[in-house]
Design a binder for this molecule. Sequence first.
Ligand code: G1P
Length: 274
Amino acid sequence: MNTIKKCLFPAAGYGTRFLPATKAIPKEMLPVLTKPLLQYGVEEAIEAGLNTMAIVTGRGKRAIEDHFDISYELEHQIKDTAKESYLTEIRKVITNCTFSYTRQIEMKGLGHAILTGETLIGEEPFAVILADDLCDNEGDGVLAQMVKLYNEYKCCIVAVEEIAKEESSKYGVIAGDFLNNSLVKVTDMVEKPDPKDAPSNIAIIGRYILTPEIFDVLRETKPGKGGEIQITDALLELAKDGKVLAYKFQGKRFDCGSVDGFVEATQYFYNKLS
Ligand code: G1P
């Protein structure tokens, strides 16, 4: 199959770590400076050449659909004023891709959210961006780097970075054979292991390229860590057949699912302005 055109954004979670901010606002809509996290993700996908954004939402997430749409009243109010420029970036996003949505009715984990998105993806390879992992790079974005690799290897790819081993219980952790400095053929992966059980200090971050066979595997995947259906467990099945690569990406990644990471990202993007 040809290259990747669709990007799935699981965006159904409650964002409990950001309460009360996330009581009525989806966590994906929290802004770093003036731009919501999800818009950073969508821009990264567009930069990687993708043009179809598939968003798995849940209850209370309508602001996401409104954001990626025209607001006629607002457009009318600020037309021909200096403020119009504030909308330039989001207008560009809206004209450069299409958005489709489906709802995850029950929160049964990331694997379940991805399977819920099957209806929007169909039988083709696709990318997944977890918007609370905010990535930035001077050169190609992280997803663009991964799409290039996909075009060469045509298999599932997860983005990884080295972490302190004590942090392993926050991540999917992989092990495998290095093909070169930045590419690992995955032989093992464990969701959020205790540091003593972690197979390495190489952790998965929120960027994936998946082939459509993942959906069949997810349908058979039993609940794992935390009683949830984990994408890590489904990918391990494909890794057993040598079908998963882990890629040490170029660039920075901020864990905007945590307050510390969020503040760090804000500081970083603010410093970039000057
Ligand atoms: C998810 C995945 C985990 C991955 C992480 C990256 O966990 O389950 O394997 O390492 O994203 O951010 P979450 O952070 O949603 O709990």
